[in-house]
Design a protein around this ligand. Structure first.
Ligand code: GGG
Length: 347
């Protein structure tokens, strides 16, 4: 029997609730489709930081390298650990070390879910550059706590980094509706974003079958709300992609439905799957977190592992569940009730 080793990092807050739910669904799917998933849990989180001074052990990356994939819940406990510390101590180093340069975030309405903006008929695949740009962590502060204090944060855009994410986007567009939106703010940011636009134009010549449009991020943000059906694949930098995908989450009904995959496209290291949402400490362990985003992320993990039929079946089960009105209204259905409904629809 084929077996996949999965590193489970529930993280903080509702991360524990939603990864447990997704794991139940994924194990059921594995059983039904005749393969095995072996989960190894790691307690790396803000609590771990409070105990050890690190978000993960020094050899954490090397430990994870041996797994086929990583399923992560959520990271953050802002009352105890600054968000910048938790993000730069766990999520960002994993994405960077494993060259998970493509962060894929699908935005579409599940049956029975009505987004607050009542947008309809859209199917957007946002691709966020995931290893450089505005989240490079390059910068510093001088003259701290004086009126002369200066803080500098440098965005790093490399030709290799921009080319590979745009190429990834073009390839995705080819497998979909052949439309690509390339997002910058090149009227204001005259080095990095002009560079991005130039590379978009250069690569477009290799993909004459894909209709390419360059947008400024503000215009694209408005378009995602006003005319989301006009968009297919959207490729954006790390920060812009992060922001746009929260808009994507909003139009698809909320962060409870927003899934993501941090992909290492050449398979040289594990890819990581996580809901877009954070740890929501205010509702942690109350049993009311929506697990659908994590279940959907788990389906993306199965697809990435090559278990396409099982992945498709998990999504069918999710859709059958929401079509019955389960998990479609915030707070109405408990985490375990939504999970049980998805499991029942799987069998
Ligand atoms: N689900 C993972 C998580 O906790 N995300 C919260 C967050 O702030 N992520 C930042 C990022 O995706 O770059």
């Amino acid at each position: 029997m084929k077996s996949y080793s999965i590193a489970l990092i529930p993280g903080d807050g509702i991360g524990r609730d939603v990864t447990a739910a997704a794991w139940t669904v994924l194990e059921t799917a594995a059983k039904n489709f005749g393969f095995a998933l072996t989960g190894t849990e790691f307690p790396w989180s803000c609590r771990f930081f409070k105990e050890t001074g690190r978000m993960m052990p020094e050899d954490g990356i090397e430990t994870l390298r041996g797994f086929d994939a990583i399923l992560l819940g959520a990271v953050g406990w802002p009352a105890e650990v600054p968000d910048s510390v938790s993000l730069h101590g766990l999520l960002l180093p994993i994405r960077k070390a494993f060259v998970q340069y493509a962060n894929i975030r699908p935005h579409r309405l599940l049956p029975g879910v009505t987004g607050p903006l009542r947008a309809e008929g859209f199917d957007i695949l946002c691709i966020r550059e995931n290893t450089e740009g505005e989240y490079s962590g390059a910068g510093g502060r001088v003259h701290q706590s004086t009126m002369d204090e200066v803080a500098v944060e440098t965005s790093i855009f490399t030709r290799a980094g921009v080319e590979r994410i745009l190429r990834f986007g073009f390839e995705q567009a080819r497998s979909r509706r052949r439309k690509l939106a390339s997002v910058t703010k090149s009227n204001a940011q005259k080095y990095s974003m002009v560079f991005w636009d130039e590379i978009t134009r250069k690569l477009a010549a290799d993909y004459p079958d894909v209709e390419v449009t360059s947008y400024h991020v503000d215009a694209l943000a408005a378009r995602m709300i006003m005319a989301p059906e006009s968009l297919d694949v959207v490729v954006a930098s790390n920060l812009f992609g992060d922001i746009l995908t929260d808009i994507g989450a909003a139009i698809q009904g909320g962060l409870g439905y927003a899934a993501s995959a941090n992909i290492n496209p050449d398979g040289s290291a594990p890819s990581m799957f996580e809901p877009v949402h954070g740890s929501a400490p205010d509702i942690a362990h109350l049993g009311i977190a929506n697990p659908i985003a994590t279940i959907w992320s788990g389906a993306m993990m199965l697809e990435h592992l090559g278990e396409k039929a099982a992945a498709g079946r998990v999504m069918q089960a999710v859709e059958a569940t929401t079509a019955r009105g389960i998990g479609t209204i915030p707070g109405k259905d408990r985490t375990d009730a939504i999970t049980a409904a998805v499991v029942a629809a799987l069998t």
